[in-house]
Design a protein around this ligand. Sequence first.
Ligand code: NAD
Length: 396
Amino acid sequence: MNIKTITICGGGNATHAIIPILRKHFHGSIRLFLSFKNELDQFNHLMTSNRDIKAIYGSETFFGSPDIVSDNPEEACLYSDLILLPLPAFAHESVLKKITPFVIENGIIGAIPARGGFEFSSLSILKENEREDIAIFGMQTLPWACRIKEYARQVEILGEKKSVGLSLFPHEGISHISETLSNYFSVNIEPLPNMLTLSLANIGQIVHPGIMYGLFKGNEHRKYEKEEIPLFYHGVTGDIAEILEQMSNDILTITREIQKRFKKVDLTKVLGLKDWLILSYKNSIEDSRTLETSFLTNNAYRGLFAPMKKLDNGYYSPDFKSRYLTEDVPFGLIVTKAIAMLAQVDTPTIDEVIKTVSGWMEKEYLVNGDLKGRDISEARIPQNYSFNKLEQIIKL
Ligand code: NAD
């Protein structure tokens, strides 16, 4: 496959990093699809002033800008062989609905990262649009930690993962797309055997709600002075590492049960959290003796604080509307819980984290451990897309 045009959807941190990174090795056209007017205006300003986005990664700087910026999905997807969605998972569905009718025949759409259940919602949108010629892929995570420094101007790349998994549906062609993206991104993109691996191996679902739970359980109502705001990843204590490990063990139990029942399904790439950290951040972790030290000495996590909101009196309180919860619970932990229910596996630590953090979010997903909460329709669980049996998921 010869990729001549790539469309990137969304204008967040990840897009700011991807544009200059792509420009290093991809010599075709880059189109940007933006849904928000203020973002469109700022990118248009970048284009009319003939400037580039500057990416800073340690002592390295590199530059890039899109060729076309548009809020019109038809214009944005014109000629595009590859469409990237570096978006929070809660934006996937609305963006997919807008762009699907305009994707070229046999085009490819990929979510970076997929988070949980991407295949259930995206395949149902493709089906509704009679566009089953389109292939979808998801990446296990974003290859970089990155933050916008100045909108449509400058981004800082804080760290780069050594290796990131990718799964494609239909599976044929996975080696080619993985190799192509490895070259474009200068990161090892590792082919994964199936989409189920993506949902179970979605590390954000453990790390984000798990650390929020650990940092704020018992401190929900505490007011913090600015200097007291805890670091997020570097705020992991021995107790928090224990919770994260138990969440990871719940997922490994689901994986073992599914493998026991479906011998041909390959879930060997669903790793425990510590193994994943070491695989992904081999070069940035200084002390990998324990899960706690693997977080505390990971340079890619340096300087990232817990999400807080500023109060009128100058104090800060935990931000329970942060995407660490709004993305990683309904598009992560709940999806895994739903798969666990289909596999008839108990997930005690995941249940406890869901129960506590969904209360903080003022959401109700589970009632007495069942997927019957009033907000369950927002979650990307297989059951919401008529996948009511494990066999149907395995078939994918
Ligand atoms: P972001 O919050 O910076 O991006 C948000 C962008 O998405 C917005 O600017 C907008 O362009 C678009 N968007 C949001 N809601 C939308 C909607 N309803 N409709 C259309 N477009 C919408 O996010 P990010 O930091 O770029 O992260 C992207 C993904 O990568 C997320 O899943 C995130 O969890 C993951 N991730 C990010 C990092 C990081 O360091 N930034 C690291 C690991 C994983």
